[in-house]
Design a protein around this ligand. Structure first.
Ligand code: AMP
Ligand code: GLY
Length: 423
C-alpha cells in the first residue's frame, strides 16, 4: 500500500505538542497528499485535516482510514498502542508506525520489561515482585529505605514512587488502595534505587535493524530546581549531555539489540520507537524503563534536530527497510519549554484566552498541546500542558535565550512555566 510514495494520506492520532511537532515535520514531505490528525488541537488543526471521531474506537478509525484512503497511521501515545490499535489496523490492511499490543508490553508492564531484561541480560536495578498492595504494605515494614515502588500497569505517569522512608511508601500504597493511584489490582515491583543521572535515548527499529534518532534530558518535576510533583514533562533539551558516538553504540549493543532479540525470541517482533529511560552512574548504565513511543516534550526537541523526514523513517520501519536509510541529525542543540495551566499536574481550570502566539524565525517553533478555538475563533487553554516553545541553535545557551524570549510574548492569565530548563 505504501508502494506509491507520491500521494499518501497519513493519519496522526493524538492532541499534544508531540503530535503537533510530528505533523509539522510530516507536512514538509512531498510524499503526503492529505495529512489528518485527530483529535488535534488549535495548532494542529491549522496544518492537518480533522474529523470528529472517537479516537479510541478502533472500528471507527479503521472505517475512516478505508474511506479516506489512509495508508499510514501514526499513534502518538502509548494508550493507543497498548490497546492494540496497530494489530487492528494492520489486520485491516493499514500500515502503522508503532508496536503491536504484545510489543507495547515493554511500556505497559514493568514486570514484562524486567523479564525481557533477564532474557537479554540487560542491566537494570535489582527487583522483586509483590502480588498486590496489601502484601506490599506488610513487606515494606521489613525493608530498608530508600527504595522504589512501581505499579506493574500503566498509571498515567503516577505509578512510581522513589520512597525515602517507610512513611512515604505507606502513603503511596494507601493511595493505591483508595483507587487514587493506578489500578489497585496491579502487581507491584519493589526495586533498588539507583543513584545517578537520567537520560533518554531514542531508537527506531523494524524488528531487525535499529537506528538511533536522538537523545534528550527531561525536566519532570513541576517546579524550578526539580522541586514539586512529577509531571508529564515541563521541558527538555536535546541532545542529552551523555550523548556521544560511543554511548550511542554501547546503548544499542547492550540494551536495544538484546531487547529486539528477546522480543523476537518470544514471538513478539517489535516495530517502532524504543525509548530507553537510562540512569548513568559513575561506572555503569542501568535501564530504568522502556517507552514504546516518542516522549512528550522530548519529541518536540528531537524533531527540531531531525534532518531526515519523519515520514521516511515511519515507512522504512513498517516496511522492514531501516537498514536502507540513514537518519540525519543537526549538530545544533534544541530546547523545549512547556507552558502549563496553573495548578497542573493537579487540578487546573481551562478556557483562558491566549494571545501573542507568533513564530519568529526558522529555528523556533510553538507547538500547541491543550488549546482549542472558542466560538469566536480565539485560542483558549484546554488542558494541563498548553504550549511548547522550541528553539534550536548552535549552543544550548542561545537556544534557551531565544526560547524564553519568544515565550515572553505569550500572554495568558493562567499559564506558568519553569525558568530553569537547560540550566
Ligand atoms: P519509570 O516510570 O520506571 O521510568 O519511573 C519514573 C521515574 O522514577 C524515573 O524517571 C526515575 O526518575 C525514577 N526511578 C524509577 N526507577 C528508579 C530506580 N530504580 N532508581 C532511581 N530512580 C528510579
Ligand atoms: N516526558 C516523558 C514521557 O513522554 O514519557
Amino acid at each position: 500500500m505504501l508502494g506509491n510514495l507520491k500521494n499518501i494520506n497519513v493519519l496522526v492520532l493524538g492532541s499534544g505538542g508531540r503530535e503537533h511537532s510530528i505533523c509539522d515535520n510530516l507536512i514538509k514531505s512531498k510524499k503526503i497528499n492529505y495529512l489528518w490528525c485527530m483529535p488535534g488541537n488549535a495548532g494542529i488543526n491549522k496544518i492537518a485535516k480533522f474529523y470528529e471521531i472517537d479516537v479510541n474506537d478502533k472500528k471507527k478509525i479503521l472505517s475512516f482510514c478505508i474511506k479516506k484512503k489512509i495508508s499510514l497511521v501514526i499513534p502518538g501515545s502509548e494508550e493507543f498502542l497498548a490497546k492494540g490499535i496497530s494489530d487492528y489496523l494492520r489486520l485491516g490492511g493499514i500500515n502503522v508506525f508503532g508496536p503491536s499490543k504484545k510489543g507495547s508490553l515493554l511500556e505497559s508492564s514493568k514486570i514484562f520489561t524486567k523479564l525481557i531484561c533477564k532474557l537479554g541480560n540487560i542491566n537494570t536495578a535489582k527487583w522483586r515482585l509483590i502480588n498486590n498492595y496489601k502484601t506490599a504494605l506488610k513487606e515494606i515494614k521489613l525493608l530498608k529505605f530508600p527504595l522504589v515502588i512501581k505499579l506493574d500497569k500503566l498509571a498515567a505517569g503516577k505509578g512510581v514512587l522513589v520512597a525515602n522512608s517507610y512513611e512515604e511508601a505507606k502513603k503511596f500504597l494507601i493511595k493505591v488502595e483508595q483507587g487514587k493511584i493506578g489500578d489497585k489490582n496491579s502487581k507491584i515491583i519493589i526495586e533498588k534505587k539507583i543513584v545517578g543521572k537520567e537520560a533518554s535515548f531514542f531508537y527506531v527499529t523494524d524488528g531487525i535493524t535499529s537506528r538511533f534518532i536522538g537523545s534528550a534530558q527531561d525536566y519532570k518535576r513541576v517546579g524550578n530546581g526539580n522541586t514539586g510533583l512529577n509531571t508529564g514533562g515541563m521541558g527538555c533539551i536535546s541532545p542529552s549531555p551523555f550523548e556521544n558516538k560511543d554511548k550511542i553504540e554501547l546503548i544499542n549493543k547492550k540494551f536495544i539489540e538484546p531487547t529486539i532479540k528477546a522480543m523476537n525470541y518470544l514471538g513478539y517482533p517489535f516495530k517502532g520507537v524504543l525509548y530507553a529511560g537510562l540512569m548513568f552512574t559513575k561506572s555503569d548504565i542501568f535501564l530504568i524503563e522502556y517507552n514504546i513511543r516518542l516522549g512528550d516534550p522530548e519529541c518536540q526537541a528531537l524533531i527540531a534536530r531531525l534532518k531526515s523526514n519523519f515520514l521516511d523513517i515511519c515507512i522504512a520501519t513498517e516496511k522492514n527497510k531501516l537498514k536502507d536509510i540513514k537518519i540525519n541529525k543537526d549538530n545544533k542543540k534544541s530546547i523545549c519549554i512547556v507552558m502549563a495551566s496553573k495548578g497542573y499536574p493537579d487540578e487546573y481550570k481551562s478556557g483562558f484566552a491566549i494571545k501573542g502566539i507568533k513564530k519568529v524565525g526558522n529555528n523556533v517553533n510553538i507547538y500547541h498541546a491543550g488549546t482549542k478555538l472558542d466560538k469566536n475563533k480565539n485560542i483558549i487553554t484546554n488542558g494541563g500542558r498548553v504550549l511548547n516553545i522550541v528553539s534550536k541553535e548552535k549552543t544550548l545557551q542561545r537556544a534557551k535565550l531565544n526560547a524564553y524570549k519568544l515565550l515572553k510574548n505569550i500572554k495568558c492569565n493562567n499559564l506558568f512555566y519553569r525558568s530553569d530548563i537547560g540550566d
